[in-house]
Design a protein around this ligand. Sequence first.
Ligand SMILES: Cc1ncc(COP(=O)(O)O)c(C=O)c1O
Length: 396
Amino acid sequence: MSAAGPQPPEPIPGARLLFSLDAAVAHLNHGSFGAVPIGVQRAQQRLRDETEANPMRFFTQGLVDRITHTRRHLATFLGADPEGTALVGNASTGIAIVLHSVRLERDDEVVCTDHGYGGVSLAVEREIRRTGAVRRTLSVPLDATDEEIVEIVRAGIRTGRTKLLIVDQLTSQTARLFPATAIVAVARERGVPVLVDAAHAPGMLPIPVDSVGADFWVGNLHKWGYAPRGTAALVVTPQWRTRIEPLVVSWQQDAGFPLRVEWQATLDYTAWLAAPVGLFTLRTLGVERVRAHNAALAAYGQWVVGQALGVAPADLLDPGGPTVAMRLLPLPYGLATTVADAIALRLRIAEALGTEVAVNPWDGRGWLRLSGQVYNRAEEYDRLAERLPSLLAGLN
Ligand SMILES: Cc1ncc(COP(=O)(O)O)c(C=O)c1O
């Protein structure tokens, strides 16, 4: 590596040993499904053992209190009002609850951006088919400044007509930090409710949820918060709380928000109860230290692989925030321009190079997304840089 590029961070001692990842594989895609530390896996297993020792006792004696206690702990970490926070299984569920609760009507408008997550887009499609609402997608150039993004949103929403604006806090396909707080402020001036899809925020971004001010905010703790999969939070401002309806009605329906959303009948709630152990792991390693490490490693990966692919340093996109631990690289033109081709390329890289990465099409081009996490090492990105160009050349 030449001195011109970013230096990789010092590894955090012992951090790699906290995970049970296959050592034969370079896991450079924490962003998609996270990775659960061994201590968190064990905590969840102990809770499952407790369930199986006496299911009646587990479900009927104290579980509601334990969920309430856990919610307070997780909400406090997120900088969210615990009374306005409901635990849900994942970001998709939280978003579906919001789409269902805002009660769209014929010709109401849902405004999204072209950086939105594919699964969310499908959820919006279904809701507009069901209600006769319409969807408007705002184009946001990849290199737009924060001010430009806010202006695009300002011009794209309409008082009275736009019933919901959905924006990502940190985009998935394009690894870009959006100025969510400023966007919410603009929408508020226009009286437009905002749903912030913050699937990647918990654990990674140092932005307190309540400071964003969104009507609805959804974030996964099972990505960068080291929680077991199935742990996410839906945060709602006071004026909407009584209007939030769970997708599944069960015994806590009359308890109001948030419990009516959280209690989904007979379900495995152990992921939520073990989630504080994930935050404990993060705090033990040092939250700021982990954030700085991961962002620096992702930046290093972007640079070293970008050099190998011949990407000009000026075209290495800045994600827009100092703790963003995912970075984007353009693939050679013509590669991975469709979802099917992107999946095929990701599998090829996994098989041939023993490396897990994210590959997505966006705006007619294929993109590689690299994550940085405490279990990663600079050598893993170096190896990818050495071997990826010939693999890609072989595909043309
Ligand atoms: C921006 C964004 N929104 C929503 C989701 C959906 O998250 P989940 O699969 O946990 O529901 C993801 C997942 O990666 C995402 O990146």
